[in-house]
Design a binder for this molecule. Structure first.
Ligand SMILES: [Zn+2]
Ligand SMILES: [Zn+2]
Length: 357
């Protein structure tokens, strides 16, 4: 019978000590890389000793506040990026082609069915734009300047990080302590709370505060591209049962030609498959309360667990439905609203399987 052991209780092989300078096992402590006493021995060499670990970050407080103000004022500059402009142009083009060419050819915009479909697709495209703007403009969440890791917990109990899965780490580049699930983004040049990944198509990180908007964006764009694919297939074949103009005389053929129509079909079908895969992937992540980074960390942790005959369990996985509500919100009616994010907390602490809150 295999015993399920959380990843933080796993023993690292001797050649894979994760923190430089902590390669010697601490006597009496099984987990040298988690031993707070060893961390405290190491930190003063890199950072000035203070009464509390967090106080050593105070010289950077002004810089962090200045950085936050700068980030706020610079958010509109994220639109001045070629990938972002490409996305806007692509979504706009797909909207135009779907409504004024595919739907026109399939149902005719003058008909009630055509008008209704155009209205539905316009609403869907609007949701895509709103979600996209929310992704670009929302700050993913930086480490607050007031963040102070409680070193006393470490000092008094070596079991604390083991129980919680929380390790106090410090970012060498930002010189701030990182809350759990925080990672440094080289593109943004700062630490991002609950960082998922840096997404060039929004010229922004996907983190704590804009992950929901990103998830909803992927959902809406998947729906819109599938809708568009259906429209192009029906327009191409003319199988809606209504009398149509000869294909070679329709407006699209006159404007763009058959090759362009085939190309548009390939683009929207390809987008549907790509976005559909991305959506399924993020549904998996949300249901397991994982970020993309944590997924790859989990692969390694699971490998280590398997080597020692144990099993891995993601510490922040508190059950599928609870995981969904942590990301999308407690009100199911607002799950697909990209701006309904009042449920998102500070990003400093998270419920874990051992300490559900
Ligand atoms: Zn950093
Ligand atoms: Zn980033």
């Amino acid at each position: 019978m295999v015993r399920i052991v959380p990843w933080w209780q796993l023993q690292w092989p001797n050649h894979m000590q994760p923190i430089n300078g902590l390669s010697d096992p601490c006597p009496g402590h099984r987990f040298a890389h988690l031993c707070s006493k060893k961390i405290e021995q190491l930190l003063p060499r890199q950072f000035p000793p203070r009464g509390r670990l967090g106080e050593s970050a105070s010289p950077n407080k002004q810089a962090l506040e200045s950085s936050a103000r700068s980030t706020e004022s610079m958010k509109y500059h994220r639109f001045l990026s070629i990938p972002v402009l490409v996305v806007l142009a692509t979504v706009g083009s797909i909207y135009y082609v779907t409504v004024f060419i595919f739907l026109e050819d399939w149902l005719g915009l003058q008909s009630s069915a055509g008008s209704l479909n155009a209205l539905i697709f316009t609403f869907l495209a609007s949701l895509c734009f709103v979600s996209f703007f929310a992704c670009v403009l929302t700050d993913p969440g930086g480490v607050p300047s007031s963040y102070v890791p409680d070193v006393e917990d470490h000092a008094t109990s070596d079991q604390q990080p083991i129980k919680t899965g929380i390790q106090r780490k410090r970012c060498d580049k930002c010189s701030v302590y990182k809350p759990p699930r925080t990672h440094h983004c080289r593109s943004c040049r700062r630490c991002i709370l609950r960082m998922d990944h840096h997404f060039i198509w929004i010229n922004n990180c996907v983190g704590l505060r804009n992950y929901k908007a990103f998830f909803v964006l992927v959902a809406y764009t998947t729906m819109a591209s599938i809708y568009s694919s259906v429209a192009v297939l029906f327009a191409r074949n003319g199988i809606h049962g209504k009398p149509t103009k000869p294909f070679f005389l329709n407006s699209f053929t006159l404007l763009f030609g058959l090759q362009s129509m085939i190309l548009s079909g390939v683009v929207v079908v390809g987008l549907s498959m790509t976005l559909g895969t991305l959506f399924c992937w993020h549904v998996y992540l949300v249901v397991h309360n994982m970020t993309t980074i944590e997924h790859y960390e989990a692969i390694r942790a699971a490998w280590l667990a398997k080597k020692s005959g144990q099993s891995y369990h993601h510490p922040f996985d508190v059950g599928a439905y609870k995981n969904l509500t942590l990301v999308l919100g407690p009100n199911m009616l607002k799950w697909l609203c990209p701006t309904a994010v009042s449920h998102i907390k500070d990003g400093i602490t998270f419920p874990t399987a051992h300490f559900p809150r």
